[in-house]
Design a protein around this ligand. Sequence first.
Ligand code: HEM
Length: 315
Amino acid sequence: MTKREKLLEAIDKKYKAVGQDPDVHLSGLLHAESMTYWDFIQLDALLGLQIKRTQHPDEMVFIMYHQISELLFKMILWELGQISHNENIEPQRFVMHLMRVSRYFDMLSNSFDIMGEGMEVEQYMKFRDTLTPASGFQSVQYRKIEIASTELINLIDYRFRETIDRNTPYIYAFDNMYWQVAGINAKTGQKNKAIQNFEKRYKKELIEWMKGYNEVNLWTKFKQLPDEYRNNAELLNAMRHYDHTVNIDWVMHHYHAAAKYLDSGKKAAKATGGSDWHKYMHPKYQKRIFFPELWSKEELANWGLSNLEGYKKIS
Ligand code: HEM
């Protein structure tokens, strides 16, 4: 059988299996428009999404860099999903997807200078008031990445971890996630507008997400790999690299960018989302860690203190 005959036979089989006439589909192919780059990647839709709220041209940089970050978040979620929703994932596939995720997060960390270096304080200050009380804090994809990466207990505020176990209702876990503190006024105990808006829009969706990833998050899937993989130096390094990139590198780049703008005046500026941001954003306070079991006691104690100097590789 020639290559073409084999192809026709495969097409025949595919459409007959779903009760469709293969000839109609072949005829459709004959009349179809030629594929173009701009249609394939939906360029018009993508480039129609950059809408400024002020008269200041630099606001465009801020909007687009956030959009780029959200696209990378989506790429990360896509790969995490490929690991989590594959019941019998082969270890090599696990490594492949994890390395993709790591590369995307490296890109996010390494590109933060687009804001930190690329925009002067006066330029940023001109448009920031207009976006209040919106904040990257309301990024649902960022929260989904965290939930898909580790067990919920590792995302619970330190002060409440002992009150939570596997039988705790999801709603209680949600109310005690580490990031809730950024949305609560310490004096009044009231939730601020940023978190109220966020919960109204995403609370239900995030609770469903928690349920969905409870037993298939990255950390649980890693623990289910055969021994030889769990002890493999390359994979261990990749897991540690991911944890370090998300919870120290990106966080510190973000912190430094925020400090450049918010600490620039005589009096420290308030975060648009409203958090006590110095304390909230620095990793040395909250010690958010996806895979605590993969770090030594010393590394855990120094979490966030060694800044961007890196960490030891396992050999
Ligand atoms: C100069 C630019 C930036 C400043 C000054 C800034 C400031 C802040 C502050 C102060 C917070 C704490 C919550 C609050 O009270 O608002 C926050 C949270 C957050 N921001 Fe930014 N941010 C900047 C750029 C970005 C970019 C480009 C992204 C990319 C999507 C981003 C994503 C986030 C996320 C995901 C959080 C929540 C993180 C967490 O809970 O630890 N931010 N940001």
